[in-house]
Design a protein around this ligand. Structure first.
Ligand code: ZN
Length: 278
């Protein structure tokens, strides 16, 4: 799933291409694509794109009278629609602009979770943004400490929870824990001030590294190509210490970590196969 750096760089790219364009029509192509009924889509027609930005993993397209909030989820993409074919493959929704350009929301697979919300007034107060934590790269050490103390849980789960911190997912949770030299299973309430400073720095480093990579591309990267030390690198050598990257497998994701860098050499119990290793 694209995370904060991919979404932010994509928003920057789309802003350069579409800011100032006048929206002629928003067309849902699949009945599940548009998640809101009010305001109606045609209230946005004829209005110019003020900016395209992001909040956490959501893309925002502000057209003045309303904001389109777009969540790509796992398989969604918001693409410049060159062909504008009548029945685009995996097409979910389309924005047609008066300069002849178009944007197409696609979603591969059958999950149909990607979606578009049209919201008037402040999008922060309404679904799907209401209840999101602050963007992960905007929190200072004190703010992070307060959030950690308020949510005692495993660090990896904390980093992935959008209601606590927005923008990080499975990949960056793995990378941030590694850069901070903290166990993904560390209890958030037990981290000391030095741990929290390293965690704050690790979030900044990982987000900036991802942003620098994405900004060098013409389109959003595929997940296997994104920079990192541990994610998608299980069994490879840790670039810091040379130990083997290990994993704990869950049905929906993999926690990847380096024992030497993060757990004092301890191999974490695998969730499915080796509970006895504790
Ligand atoms: Zn290591």
């Amino acid at each position: 799933m694209p995370e904060l750096p991919e979404i932010q760089a994509h928003a920057e790219r789309l802003h350069r291409a579409f800011a100032g364009a006048r929206l002629e029509q928003f067309v849902p192509l699949a009945f599940t694509a548009l998640k809101t009924a009010v305001p109606p889509a045609d209230a946005t027609h004829g209005h110019e794109v003020v900016f395209i930005g992001h909040r956490g993993k959501h893309l925002l397209m502000d057209v003045g009278v309303a904001t389109f909030v777009i969540h790509l989820m796992q398989g969604g993409r918001l693409l410049v629609d060159e062909k504008q074919s009548a029945r685009p493959r995996n097409g979910q929704a389309r924005w047609l602009f008066d300069d002849g350009q178009a944007l197409l929301l696609t979603e591969a697979g059958s999950e149909r979770k990607a979606g578009v919300w049209i919201v008037a007034d402040d999008p922060e107060d309404q679904p799907p943004l209401a209840g999101l934590g602050p963007d992960a790269d905007t929190v200072d050490v004190d703010g992070l400490q307060a959030l950690l103390l308020a949510h005692p849980m495993r660090l990896h789960g904390f980093l992935r929870d959008q209601r606590i911190l927005a923008g990080l997912g499975r990949r960056l949770a793995n990378e941030v824990c590694h850069r901070a030299q903290l166990s993904p299973f560390a209890n958030t309430a037990k981290l000391d001030r030095d741990d929290i400073k390293r965690l704050r720095e690790a979030i900044a480093v990982c987000v900036n590294e991802g942003l620098a990579y994405e900004r060098g591309l013409d389109a959003m990267s595929s997940s296997a190509d994104r920079p990192g030390h541990v994610h998608h690198r299980v069994g490879e050598a840790c670039p810091i210490c040379g130990d083997s990257i290990r994993s704990v497998e869950y049905s929906a994701y993999t926690v990847a970590y380096c024992p030497t860098c993060q757990t004092g050499g301890k191999v974490l119990a695998d969730n499915t196969t080796s509970k006895f290793l504790k």
